[in-house]
Design a protein around this ligand. Structure first.
Ligand code: SAM
Length: 288
């Protein structure tokens, strides 16, 4: 059924995308943000937060696979993973696909996002919410990292909104310094870091902040269709620079051991290795 109802994304004042709406499923103003979930004609169900596309059923696999499998397989033996944000549960589900993960703690500030994702986007998280290795906390990620024990996690994945509003604290020097403290000696942190064609400042400025606490900072890319503007970047900060240079064949071996190989639709060992090779328009934002 086609309606004449459209949703326009509000991320950029003078450029964006729109979806023809089949039906609206939820619209709620939580304590933190406006939340909307709707059935689109082309991308399945879509969640917007403050008018910005967070996830669509059609292309969430691209983003979740790259935000999760790259850091865990680069580390090679991640057993304790901290997820900040990611209220839709997609990152949690993919972290738990790694058979060597023993503990996944997810800290999401807005319980309404979790509730509405469970209700209207159940396929994103699948059964991850009920996995005995998962601990889901409704709280501010900055508070959690401030009190976390030193060396208590191997990988941190920050799947947050952009650095405005509640997401802003997750892009600060204080946040990255606390992340470095709570990570083990080969630990690393990756984060949603925008579309540099339109948000280069976000990548450049947050990379400088990550560099104050981590020996190796860079970024890698994924082509997420509904994060309009070409490649999106995932910020990278690691204590060990070698983690970024694991050859595709070793990544393949690790993925086989972790039970990931053959279960992905975007990530491959070759895409993993290639994702760190950046076009100059992106790399120029990362030079020290
Ligand atoms: N994939 C999306 C993207 O790339 O924009 C992000 C998805 S996820 C829905 C973003 C989540 O970050 C939201 O649910 C939001 O509530 C959460 N978030 C924002 N600031 C936060 C904070 N300070 N602590 C924990 N979660 C936060």
């Amino acid at each position: 059924m086609t309606t004449d109802s459209w949703v326009n994304e509000t991320l950029y004042a003078a450029w964006g995308q729109r979806f023809r709406v089949v039906r609206e499923l939820a619209r709620e103003k939580s304590d933190f943000q406006d939340i909307m979930v709707f059935e689109s004609e082309t991308h399945g169900r879509v969640m917007l937060l403050d008018g910005v596309v967070q996830i669509t059923e059609a292309d969430e696999f691209v983003y979740q696979e790259m935000l999760t499998h790259v850091p865990l397989l680069a580390h090679g033996d991640a057993r304790r993973v901290l997820i900040i944000g990611a209220g839709d549960g997609g990152v949690l589900r993919r972290v738990l696909e790694h058979r060597n993960v023993e503990k996944a703690v997810m800290v999401e500030i807005d319980g309404a996002v979790i509730r509405l994702a469970k209700q209207h986007l159940p396929g994103i998280a699948g059964d991850a919410w009920n996995d005995p290795r998962a601990e889901v906390i409704v709280g501010d990620g900055i508070d959690y990292v401030r009190q976390a024990e030193p060396g208590s996690f191997d990988v941190v994945i920050v799947d947050s909104t952009d650095p405005i509003g509640v997401g802003e604290v997750l892009f600060t020097e204080e946040f990255y310094a606390n992340a470095a403290r709570l990570l083990s000696e080969r630990g690393l942190i990756v984060n949603q870091c925008g579309v540099p064609f339109m948000q280069a400042d976000e990548l450049r400025e947050t990379n400088l902040r990550r560099a104050k606490s981590f020996a190796d900072t860079w970024a890698y890319v994924a082509a997420v269709p509904t994060y309009v503007g070409g490649y999106m970047t995932l910020g990278w900060a690691a204590k060990d620079a070698s983690l970024r240079a694991v050859p595709a064949e070793e990544v393949r071996r690790r993925a086989q051991a972790a039970g990931i190989l053959g279960r992905t639709r975007y990530w491959t060992p070759e895409i993993h290795a290639a994702a760190f090779h950046l076009p100059p328009y992106i790399a120029e934002n990362l030079s020290p």
